[in-house]
Design a protein. Structure first.
Length: 142
């Protein structure tokens, strides 16, 4: 039961994130200013993501959703249960590392505060990716 809930949380949680990335990759701008870290002094973005990079993030998140959904669809024929567990553990590490951050602009360890991104990162982005990471660790434990 906890494994089903973990997989359900990952799949339902990542779906809107994937849809936002597809929207941004296709030229949408709504909300984009809140999800890119900025410099606190002048408010300039640390980077300007290109559509292909944004689409790549969406593809990665879809792959992570499929990795979680393998709980319901069963083990793929080309991957052993042990490999699947290691992949889920790796996904847990990736998402948990994002939550921890880079000790500058993103994650719980960030030093830059007072920007719109930092506000949202503290309250939504970092807690969300930490929960996704924990859910992947739960899946890998099975």
């Amino acid at each position: 039961m906890p494994f089903d809930l973990a997989a359900l949380f990952i799949c339902t949680g990542l779906t809107p994130v994937v849809l936002f990335h597809l929207y941004w990759a296709s030229g949408g701008r709504k909300g984009a200013d809140l999800v890119i870290p900025t410099r606190p002094k002048d408010g300039t973005k640390l980077f300007e993501p290109k559509p292909l990079a944004t689409l790549s993030v969406a593809a990665f998140l879809v792959a992570m959703g499929l990795l979680a959904a393998s709980k319901w669809f069963g083990q793929p024929l080309v991957v052993s249960a042990q490999v699947l567990s290691w992949l889920q553990m790796g996904a847990g590490v990736i998402f948990s590392a994002r939550a921890l951050g880079d000790f500058h602009h993103i994650g719980f360890s960030k030093r830059v505060r007072g920007t719109p991104f930092a506000w949202w990162d503290d309250r939504l982005f970092s807690p969300f990716v930490l929960m996704i990471g924990i859910a992947f660790f739960i899946l890998a434990w099975e």
